[in-house]
Design a protein around this ligand. Sequence first.
Ligand SMILES: [Zn+2]
Length: 54
Amino acid sequence: MSKFLRLKCACGNEQNVFANASTKLKCLVCGALLAKPTGSRVEVTEGTKVLRVL
Ligand SMILES: [Zn+2]
């Protein structure tokens, strides 16, 4: 099972997030919501790209 996802925000910022995070994940640059918790793996929001599974 993967543990981290590398996400790219609509603003261009890339960051690694915990795939099983239990809190909302926000972009560190623009503050946009990147992914939200679902109970298991996070659900990536519209406009956010999953670049890689780490
Ligand atoms: Zn952003």
